[in-house]
Design a protein around this ligand. Structure first.
Ligand code: AMP
Length: 249
């Protein structure tokens, strides 16, 4: 079996994101970037399954500018076998990314595609679902546990009411939740070894995919500043304020 894992380069989750002065987007210059957190979980799970002997090869793929390949190198350093970097400049919407990934799936013919449940920069939670639809493959989203069976996967999913366990046939697309596992850190020797692992670069233009944006972003604004809280003397005062000032009870 072969697993393809999609990894996206995003602003590091510890960075305080700032909106550009002209409200055209957020500041990304000189900002720490990292792999989208749930994509690390997707990589970890694929590598664990490979270590269990059920998978022969794990491939990481990223779509983005030159520096996006850092995410693939990081995946190679924690056990992924080889990488693919689809070079593309500018904004890519989930539909464009899923069409690009579809081309990579057609080329690589993996049995499974693992992805993050959501990218923390656009919060779209769409790419995995769109890819599954384009491939006409089953999908399991928000996976917090994966059990590999003969020709299927048993996937436990986080849903509003609790946990749901479903079985999906292979091939399928799985989007991973942060609770799925604890991603390992790359050791220095493995980071060095990863530099020698194969990383193929493909120009997005060569894939023949229409990546034109379908959405026009009008403006990006900071959320309203939160007002500071107050201390109340007792429960009676709290109830009175909730009733008469906040008007929530
Ligand atoms: P989204 O639909 O944008 O919230 O992204 C969901 C998941 O799709 C991410 O966690 C990644 O696994 C994958 N993905 C989105 N954009 C890219 C990209 N440019 N390159 C590789 N994977 C991506």
């Amino acid at each position: 079996m072969k697993i393809l894992v999609a990894v996206k380069r995003v602003i590091d989750y510890n960075v305080q994101v700032r909106v550009k002065e002209d409200n055209s987007g957020v500041v990304t210059e000189n900002i720490k970037m990292s792999t989208n957190p749930p994509d690390d979980n997707a990589v970890e799970e694929a590598v664990k399954i490979k270590e269990s002997g059920k998978v022969k090869e794990v491939i990481a793929v990223t779509v983005g500018e030159e520096k996006a390949q850092e995410t693939v190198r990081k995946a190679l350093a924690v056990g992924v076998d080889r990488g693919i970097h689809v070079k593309s400049e500018g904004i890519l919407e989930p539909l464009a990314v899923s069409k690009i990934l579809q081309k990579i799936v057609e080329k690589e013919k993996p049995d499974l595609v693992f992805m993050g449940k959501q990218a923390i920069d656009d919060d779209c939670n769409q790419t995995g679902q769109m890819l599954a639809a384009l491939l006409n493959w089953p999908q399991a989203t928000f996976a917090s546990k994966i059990v590999v069976k003969d020709k299927s996967l048993e996937v436990t999913r986080e849903i509003d009411e609790g946990l749901e366990t479903i079985e999906v046939n292979i091939p399928s697309v799985i989007t991973c939740d942060l609770r799925l596992n604890e991603p390992r850190y790359a050791s220095l020797p493995n980071i060095m070894k990863a530099k020698k692992k194969p990383l193929e670069q493909i120009n997005v233009a060569d894939l023949g995919v229409d990546t034109k944006p379908r959405i026009e972003q009008i403006k990006v604004e900071e959320p309203p500043k939160r007002k500071s809280g107050i201390k109340v003397a007792n429960v009676a005062e709290l109830v009175q304020k909730l009733k008469n000032e906040a008007k929530v009870i």
